[in-house]
Design a protein around this ligand. Structure first.
Ligand code: LMR
Length: 334
């Protein structure tokens, strides 16, 4: 989807320069527009606000960060296009959405049952895997700054999903990854890509029957109000890569860039620490609401889901490359 002239203008305005003032002309702050698709009270939403607070503090006000949550500036595909055009300066898309950037390798992170827990994931993203993935962005004029955690996906429909055959013929919304497309297809489901902002309505009106996402997203987007049965099998992980337009980033005054790097590093620690608790609380809130049924897969059920989805790994070699798949296997076993 092309971004409109209006959306481009909205994003491009006020990115720095001189402002007129009655008495003196003074240097306007450098504005960083940070667009994302979730609400402020999710791990990513809170991380963006933490980055804003620290960036403004560490640059002594030389930088102003404007956070646009909940797809208020751009939707999924539009935001990546806007970043490349320079209409927005910072994003944190789910890594499932990186193929349009020409970086399919990021989809390796969606491989089923790849990470044992959040600690395993966060450790992996501090090693060579992160450097490998970020190197794929450089030729596209995009720089990766950090990986942010949002824990494990759940999946849901309006019927119990206990074993892989229960997904037969179920239309499932996915966010963009062909790897997710494959693991759902292996269970007989019919995956469909939809923008995040369109999911609630699609579930409500039956355009799709089900979806996958983390507890914080189910709660804040109210998916749990339009889904009867949610299964927790920790089948896949949701993570974000915080990215900037490289030309923009390299063009910043060095002292400002250093201060922003410090702000990003601390905001990343904050987000990654918060994600697990945030999702646990979201789950409790939804359970208490009594609006849907939760099923925690037993070890045997998890094993059955894993077996059904496992051929994704062989298939993914043709999609993301052997190097990426091997790196995931290695990180997972660490
Ligand atoms: C999705 O589209 O499901 C996710 O990318 C939303 C998110 O957390 O960014």
């Amino acid at each position: 989807m092309k971004i409109s002239r209006r959306q481009f203008a909205a994003g491009a305005a006020a990115t720095g320069g001189l402002i007129a003032c009655p008495a003196v002309a003074q240097q306007a702050p450098i504005v960083i527009k940070f667009s994302h698709v979730v609400t402020n009270d999710t791990p990513k939403g809170k991380g963006a606000l933490k980055f804003k607070e620290l960036a403004e503090k560490y640059t002594d006000g030389k930088v102003k960060v404007e956070v646009y949550p909940n797809s208020s500036l751009y939707k999924d595909k539009e935001e990546i296009e806007a970043l490349q055009l320079g209409a927005v300066q910072m994003l944190a898309p789910a890594t499932a959405k990186f193929a349009p950037l020409g970086a399919k390798e990021f989809e390796a992170l969606d491989l089923p049952f790849a990470f044992k827990d959040d600690e395993n994931f966060q450790k992996a993203m501090k090693g060579p895997l992160a450097q490998f993935l970020f190197s794929k962005l450089e030729p596209k004029g995009v720089k990766g700054l950090a990986f942010w955690d949002n824990g494990f996906h759940m999946f849901s429909a309006n019927k119990p999903l206990i074993k892989p055959a229960d997904l037969q013929g179920v239309k499932v919304r996915i966010s963009g990854s062909k790897v997710a497309d494959r693991y759902f297809r292996l269970c007989g489901a019919i995956p469909q890509i939809l923008a995040f902002s369109e999911v609630y309505q699609a579930l409500q009106t039956g355009v799709v029957d089900g979806c996958e996402n983390t507890p914080s997203n189910y709660l804040t987007q109210k998916f749990y109000e339009v889904q009867k049965n949610i299964t927790i099998a920790r089948h896949a992980h949701l993570q974000y890569a915080v990215i900037v337009n490289s030309k923009y980033w390299e063009g910043l005054p060095p002292d400002v860039r250093t201060a922003l790097e410090k702000a990003m590093s601390e905001a990343t620690d904050f987000t990654n620490k918060d994600a697990q608790q945030d999702n646990a609380e979201a789950l409790e809130t939804m359970k208490k609401s009594g609006k849907c049924e939760f099923h925690v897969a037993t070890d045997a059920e998890r094993a059955a889901w894993k077996t059904a989805m496992d051929p994704t790994y062989e298939w993914a070699i043709g999609r993301v490359g052997k190097e990426a798949v091997d790196m995931i296997r290695k990180a997972s076993a660490a």
